[in-house]
Design a protein around this ligand. Structure first.
Ligand code: FDA
Length: 581
């Protein structure tokens, strides 16, 4: 038996279900197979950043995600303490909730970060993908594949019946997670190491509203010497649902046998970290997982593409995994659609690696660095060289002392907390992805020198390769984001009233190349007005210039003014992006 489709997606995690959803939204026939009978069975990813939310907005599922998510204003009062009901060591306002940073986030995007556990997000992605045309096959396992010049034969096993059969697809996406068989089968060049540290989760239910409602956050770090064997007792109490469903995470030495935690032991750990010996606790599960530091230098081979953890594997620090996985699929989906429709040359697909492999390296490096930087916090507290738990506890107490050592500790804690902005407020990392590839036509300009730290701060720009800057435009009754005006179903050309001539030119280019391309003129009396004059401030081109936005909202080309032959300029740019020059 051979089943055929255009794209076969292996995996229904954020990368796979994201890819299936985007392909179906673009009208590309696809099948998604996934090994298990349902979606993720542990909460895993949760911090959902603005860029991922923008993808959901473009796919028309933003409201569904918001309905199931914990909103931004409840995410950020991240606490460091000795127990949830115990003493605080410090707090840091995170994920853009500090009043001094909130504006940066508001200005950068029509969407704010939210918290949605993977157990809630994946069903939304899968449901919408399936409703829009994806044929979703649960309990179906990828076994192997063979590709030729025209397609890929993928051998799969139905895990219910045991039956093996072949799916013939034009393209294969391996979104099968950190232990990707697909990535291994195509021999992607990987750098780094897997399982560099072990982590244990305990999921539990308990009403903690009296202890956290005044300082709402997703993450509560508990430093409690003696709360684990042989370590400094640092554990994370993570909110799953406010404020009665939680997850405890702690690291263990992966070279040793994993901790064995039965129900009674789990209850004892929970009560101790909460500092509430008599609280009612329901343990809902325990699990083990490994921390990795690995990325692929190449993300595809021929007709087979890998996305998500298959090509970037790292700890949860910075909350980048699921977000980047969804963004991988956003980069790939429109390119596959353009090639499958004959609008682009297959060489366009090479740019998936060129554009996304540097992002994979960047986020793996950042997440592991953030994880290691926690050491400074423990060092400052004096925990690393303390000989036993009693000494650790005394050293934590020392921060209260009216002594030179106490004062030094307090001062050092200030800078140790500062460093955590690179994990919890790394807006530039989250939003500042920039592409250089054959699908970006440069204009000789370089990105403006960053005025502020580029990891912490996102700076809008229209230099080709940048993400289209968000500003609000509209009319007296409605306001929309510039991002809303450039949907993934087409290319979009932005110009001003003095550049209206671009509209006819774009129509002709669209016809000639057979590619969907619409012009948006921003100005009074036109489709949208520059309500706050913000577009004039960020566009970096003259009013008669033009900005060509790709379906993934990255700028593919720009012209600072209306040239003598705008048809030739635009046609050449679009043809180059599509690999047809
Ligand atoms: P993922 O692993 O999610 O999915 C793989 C899919 O492939 C599954 O559907 C599986 O069934 C399927 N599969 C595997 N082998 C198969 C086979 N042979 N045949 C068929 N199907 C197969 N990220 C983030 O952005 N923000 C955050 O806050 C966090 N927090 C976080 C906390 C914790 C505790 C963990 C462990 C991880 C995070 N992450 C995160 C990371 C995030 O969970 C991770 O990056 C994404 O799940 C990756 O998504 P993928 O779709 O690539 O793989």
């Amino acid at each position: 038996m051979v089943v055929t489709t255009d794209v076969l997606v292996v995996g229904s995690g954020p990368a796979g279900a994201g890819a299936a959803l985007l392909l179906s939204t673009l009208g590309i026939p696809n099948i998604m197979i996934t090994k298990y009978r349902w979606t993720a069975n542990t909460p895993r990813a949760h911090i959902t950043n603005q860029r991922a939310m923008e993808v959901f907005r473009d796919a028309g599922i933003e409201q569904q995600v918001l309905a199931d998510a914990t909103p931004h204003h409840l995410m950020g009062d991240t606490v460091f303490c000795t127990a949830i009901a115990g003493e605080e060591i410090g707090r840091i306002l995170t994920w853009g909730t500090h009043p001094g940073r909130h504006g940066d986030y508001e200005l950068a995007s029509p969407c704010l970060p939210v918290d949605i556990p993977q157990t809630y997000l994946e069903p939304i992605l899968v449901r919408n993908a399936t409703e829009r045309g994806t044929r979703t096959l649960f309990s179906t396992e990828y076994l192997s594949h063979h590709q030729d010049d025209d397609g890929v034969d993928v051998d799969v096993r139905d895990r219910v019946t045991g039956q093996e059969y072949t799916i013939r697809a034009k393209y294969l996406i391996g979104a099968d997670g950190a232990r990707s068989q697909v990535a291994e089968d195509i021999g992607l060049p990987m750098e780094g190491a897997m399982d560099i540290a072990g982590s244990m989760n305990i999921n539990f239910k308990a009403d903690l509203s009296p202890y956290v409602g005044n300082r709402p956050a997703v993450l509560y770090w508990v430093i409690q010497p003696g709360s684990n064997v042989g370590g400094i007792g640092a554990r994370l109490v993570r909110m799953i649902r406010p404020w009665n469903e939680w997850l405890i995470v702690w690291g263990y030495d992966i070279t040793q046998p994993p901790p064995v935690v039965d129900e009674a032991a789990a209850v004892a750990v929970v009560r101790s970290l909460l500092g509430l010996p008599g609280i009612d606790v329901e343990i809902t599960g325990t699990s083990l997982w490994g921390n990795n530091e690995m990325f692929a230098r190449r993300l595809h081979h021929g007709r087979v593409f890998c996305a998500g953890d298959a090509v970037h594997r790292h700890p949860p620090s910075n909350g980048l995994g699921s977000n980047t996985s969804i963004q991988d699929s956003y980069n790939l989906a429109w390119k596959l659609a353009a090639v499958l429709r004959g609008q682009a040359d297959p060489s366009l697909l090479e740019t998936y690696t060129t554009e996304r492999a540097p992002v994979a390296e960047q986020i793996v490096t950042r997440a592991n660095r953030s994880s290691r930087e926690f050491v400074q916090f423990f060092e400052v507290l004096g925990l690393l060289d303390a000989k036993d738990e009693t000494e650790m506890a005394a050293r934590i107490e020392e921060r209260k002392a009216n002594t030179p050592a106490g004062a030094a500790k307090r001062a050092a804690l200030v800078s140790a907390m500062e460093l955590k902005h690179y994990e919890f407020n790394a807006h530039g990392v989250e939003l500042g992805q920039f592409y250089e590839s054959a699908a970006i036509v440069g204009d000789g300009s370089t990105r403006p020198e960053p005025a502020r730290d580029p990891e912490l701060f996102y700076e809008p720009s229209t230099v080709p390769g940048s993400r289209l800057p968000h500003v609000w435009v509209g009319d007296a009754r409605h306001r929309v984001s510039t991002l809303d005006l450039a949907p993934m179903t087409r290319f979009t050309l932005f110009t001003g009233i003095a550049g209206e001539a671009w509209a006819d030119v774009a129509e002709k280019v669209a016809q000639d190349l057979g590619v969907p391309l619409e012009t948006v003129v921003i100005g009074p009396g036109r489709a949208v007005t520059d309500l706050y004059y913000d577009w004039a401030r960020v566009r970096e081109v003259g009013e008669d210039g033009a900005i060509l936005v790709r379906p993934d909202k990255h700028i593919g080309w720009r012209s600072t003014s209306l040239p003598g032959d705008p048809y030739r300029a635009l046609r050449s740019a679009l043809a180059t992006i599509l690999g047809r020059a």
